[in-house]
Design a protein around this ligand. Structure first.
Ligand code: TXA
Ligand code: MG
Length: 315
């Protein structure tokens, strides 16, 4: 870790890069983001080019607080309640875009809604405030690959071409939960670091889950995503010969070429935090990875979503 004065200097330097239209790696509490000034079309275009991301897939705009977010979207009562309860934190709200928002059209991929989030990571907070701009940031991985939870993974992912502000390993380890708010109701577009049951308890009503073909959907929910190079086999009690094994709790007796345990105590938070890093590691060690069954409750919904996409046939 850097000393406090060094860190403050780094934040100033990265804020200046953002203001001059550069793309940088930014730590958040979920995963690292590939950040750029959301009001600068050239800067936003660089995000798509650097990631190799299809242009139809819109980006999340990161704000320092609710007041900043309200410059870009219309908040109804439910949206405001959710923001007040869960921001800063791993919740993204998809809301009607304001006419005079001033965001690049590329950010929203031409939709009349915008995805907004206020990250809780203190370095992300400080960077957004220092840049004094809304910050567009998808996860900082080449499109379709595993999301990064350390600065080194971002550096490796783009072959050193992107400067990264190191904020240590990410606390949550999976991306934010995405909710679309329309007609006073919430629909979950992506399971994420804020479990659906926690949201439901806070608002007192069930949250619908969008189907892939629903009218409101996150364009980025492609089936094959978060993909390691290795072949993934899910719900595997034991590895087959040659396979690495990603355990959850009990470890198999048979020797395997690579073994990681998401959580020896079956703690879903620890498992989410370890998920992408352990997949990155096993991907470097084996051409096949067997994965233990993970319960579908709480954070397990987000973990299983990422695993199913990582295992899906590549297009
Ligand atoms: O935790 C996170 O959310 C991380 C960190 C960096 O903040 N970011 C992240 O961004 O996961 P990304 O680009 O990998 O995922 C954003 C998702 C995509 O599936 C995209 O389709 C969806 O948000 N999205 C963005 N704008 C949308 C909109 N207006 N309507 C529906 N979905 C939208
Ligand atoms: Mg992503």
């Amino acid at each position: 870790m850097q000393s406090q004065p060094d860190l403050i200097a780094s934040i100033g330097r990265f804020a200046a890069l953002l203001r001059s239209g550069e793309v940088v790696g930014m730590p958040t509490e979920t995963v690292y983001g590939l950040a750029a000034d959301a009001t600068n079309p050239d800067a936003v275009l660089k995000i798509y080019e650097t990631k190799g991301r299809p242009r139809f897939n819109p980006l999340i705009v990161h704000c320092a607080d609710l007041a900043m977010a309200e410059r870009f979207a219309l908040f109804d009562d439910l949206a405001r309640r959710l923001a007040e309860r869960f921001w800063p934190g791993p919740l993204t709200l998809v809301l009607p875009l304001k006419d005079d928002a001033g965001l690049s059209d590329l950010v929203t991929a031409g939709l009349d809604t915008v995805a907004l989030r206020v990250p809780a990571h203190p370095i992300a907070q400080a960077l957004i405030r220092a840049a004094d701009r809304p910050i567009a940031a998808p996860s900082a991985n080449p499109s379709g690959r595993l999301s990064p939870t350390t600065a080194q993974q971002v550096i490796d992912g783009f072959g050193g071409a992107v400067p990264v502000l190191d904020g240590g390993p990410c606390e949550a380890g999976v991306e934010s939960t995405i909710l679309a708010i329309a007609d006073g109701a919430a629909t979950q577009l992506r399971a994420g670091a804020l479990p659906r049951d926690v949201i439901e308890a806070a608002i007192g009503t069930p949250v619908a889950v969008a189907r892939a073909d629903a009218a409101i959907a996150a364009p980025g929910m492609l089936l094959s995503h978060y993909a390691p190079r290795a072949h993934l086999r899910l719900d595997a009690a034991v590895p087959e010969p040659g396979e690495a094994y990603l355990a959850f709790g009990n470890e198999p007796q048979s020797a395997t070429s690579g073994l990681r345990n998401l959580s020896a105590t079956r703690d879903l938070r620890e498992a989410a935090r370890n998920l992408f890093s352990m997949l990155h590691q096993l991907d470097a060690e084996a051409s096949g990875i067997a994965v233990a069954p993970i319960p579908e409750t709480g954070l397990g919904e987000a973990i299983n979503d990422r695993l199913r996409r990582a295992a899906a046939p590549r297009s």
